[in-house]
Design a protein around this ligand. Structure first.
Ligand code: PEP
Length: 252
């Protein structure tokens, strides 16, 4: 039996300037929970990361990246090196967010390479897997979720897999204000944990943290966190304001 430390993570997407990011970080840094009880992270665009790290005087916030490339260096104009993220001191990188899959054509193969690149640089991916309403209505969502997780983890070792964070994010709940029900969210997170158990072992599946994402807010966070297989949340909109992000971290 392992104790999974809850992880409350924000994903800012492309919504803040350096000035705003620094103000936010300074305001929350001393008010966050003890990371041995509840871990907190904000994923932000690469240009905001070093200023946020410098502003994180309390040291409790995990400053994280929203994406990276799968090569460490080379002629890849405009891309972000995972080696450079590690050098900044980062621990988490979001990989495979549904917006990356949809708008930037990230395939399962690209996402798998990125997962390897993050581990090869001694960081941990927050691997996102999505689900559409169409697939849910046709009953295809189970196969879809399983296949995304399986493809993303191809070639990933037991030692790497046990550190993993996976976020279950139904596309119809992202940015829509319409969260999945507590039971739907639990069902999705359970399915992901079972997939990890099938690919690796029950022991590893029990260590992996599974987050729910999709219109999480201060009103629904507690009900979500009460579920057995939900170890944390990934919040977009609600992570943009200091007050609501702090409320998420204080869900207890
Ligand atoms: C997200 O971007 O991962 C997300 C869940 O967004 P929101 O909380 O705004 O639905």
């Amino acid at each position: 039996y392992s104790v999974r430390i809850p992880l409350i993570a924000g994903n800012w997407k492309m919504n803040k300037t350096v000035t705003e990011a620094v103000t936010f970080t300074k305001q929350v840094t001393d008010q966050l929970p003890d990371p041995s009880e509840v871990e907190t992270a904000i994923a932000a665009p690469a240009i905001l990361l070093q200023p946020m790290i410098d502003a994180n005087s309390g040291g409790r916030l995990q400053v994280a990246a929203e994406n990276c490339y799968y090569e460490n260096e080379g002629a890849y104009t405009g891309e972000t090196s995972p080696m450079a993220l590690k050098d900044m001191g980062l621990h988490y990188v979001i990989i495979g967010h549904s917006e990356r899959r949809r708008y930037f054509n990230e395939t399962d193969d690209i996402i798998n390479r990125k997962v390897h690149a993050v581990y090869n640089n001694a960081m941990v991916p927050i691997l996102c897997c999505d689900e559409t309403m169409g697939r849910r209505e046709s009953g295809e969502h189970v196969h879809w979720v399983v296949s995304q997780v399986t493809a993303a983890l191809k070639g990933i070792s037991d030692d790497e897999a046990k550190k993993l964070v996976i976020a279950y994010e139904p596309s119809w709940a992202i940015g829509s204000g319409k969260s999945a029900s507590f039971d739907q969210a639990e069902e999705g997170c359970y399915l992901i944990r079972q997939t990890v158990a099938d690919l690796y072992s029950d022991e590893i599946a029990n260590q992996v943290r599974v987050l729910y994402g999709g219109s999480v807010n201060p009103d629904n966070v507690k009900g979500l966190m009460a579920k057995d297989n939900i170890d944390g949340v990934l919040a977009g909109g609600a992570s943009l304001k200091e007050e609501t992000f702090l409320q998420l971290t204080q869900y207890k």
